[in-house]
Design a binder for this molecule. Structure first.
Ligand code: ATP
Length: 206
């Protein structure tokens, strides 16, 4: 959990988490195991620039659900560092990582992403800076072949900062879950139980 230089490894795990599901937990666990991460910070995003339009559930509910999901593993922690900005402007990961760097100057910073998400890196704000601010742990996701990373045109130096975890094969997506919940279908086994109870109690995704 502490590397040779004595620095703790901390990873940002950003997402909409609308709602959080077992795919999220699996990739965070796989990343934490593979890279001896001390902490994985689940950060629900206020306004995701590449997913315009409102999230189905408000930020406060997404954060509450992420808190419940994080109880599944002692290395996981929910963070509101990526809360919506007062003026409603989009949340950019480069700003989040900068903020984390200021908050934890001693930590060795990682960022966890699913393959589908990381493959859009060139559309993100300041992609080259993102690769300087953190090492990236990119986890396999069905339908998003990791060989497509070649299309990102990373330099040899940048490529060294991108680590692949290819052992996760989770078909689940939040979009599919929202549809199932809306239709009143059972989502047992796809969502942590405490999150499922929160959704039912607060009448989300109806
Ligand atoms: P949606 O269906 O609403 O787009 P999602 O299921 O992709 O949502 P997000 O909250 O947008 O969930 O994802 C956060 C991060 O988790 C992203 O980096 C995404 O690639 C990753 N991720 C989500 N589900 C999986 C999965 N089943 N396998 C691998 N990575 C995943």
């Amino acid at each position: 959990m502490v590397n040779a230089a004595g620095r703790q490894r901390v990873a940002l795990f950003g997402g909409t988490f609308d709602p959080p599901h077992h795919g999220h937990l699996s990739i965070a666990q796989a990343a934490a195991d593979a890279f001896a991460l001390k902490k994985v910070l689940f950060t629900p995003v206020g306004h995701q620039p590449l997913k315009p339009g409102e999230s189905a559930a408000p930020f406060a509910d997404r954060l509450a659900m992420v808190r419940l999901a994080c109880a599944e593993d002692s290395r996981f922690e929910a963070s509101a560092i990526d809360a919506p900005h007062p003026n409603g402007s989009p949340n950019y990961t480069v700003e989040t990582l900068n903020a984390l760097r200021r908050e934890m100057p001693e930590a060795e910073l990682f960022s966890v992403a699913g393959a589908d998400s990381f493959l859009t890196l060139r559309q993100w704000r300041e992609p080259d800076r993102l690769l300087e601010l953190a090492e990236w742990i990119v986890v396999s996701r069905p339908g998003s072949p990791l060989r497509e990373l070649a299309g990102l045109d990373l330099s040899a130096e940048q490529r060294k900062r991108v680590h692949l975890v290819e052992t996760v094969h989770e078909e689940v997506s939040a979009t599919e879950l929202r549809h199932r919940l809306e239709a009143g279908e059972d989502c047992t086994g796809l969502i942590p139980e405490a999150v499922a109870r929160y959704i039912a109690k607060n009448h989300l995704y109806r």
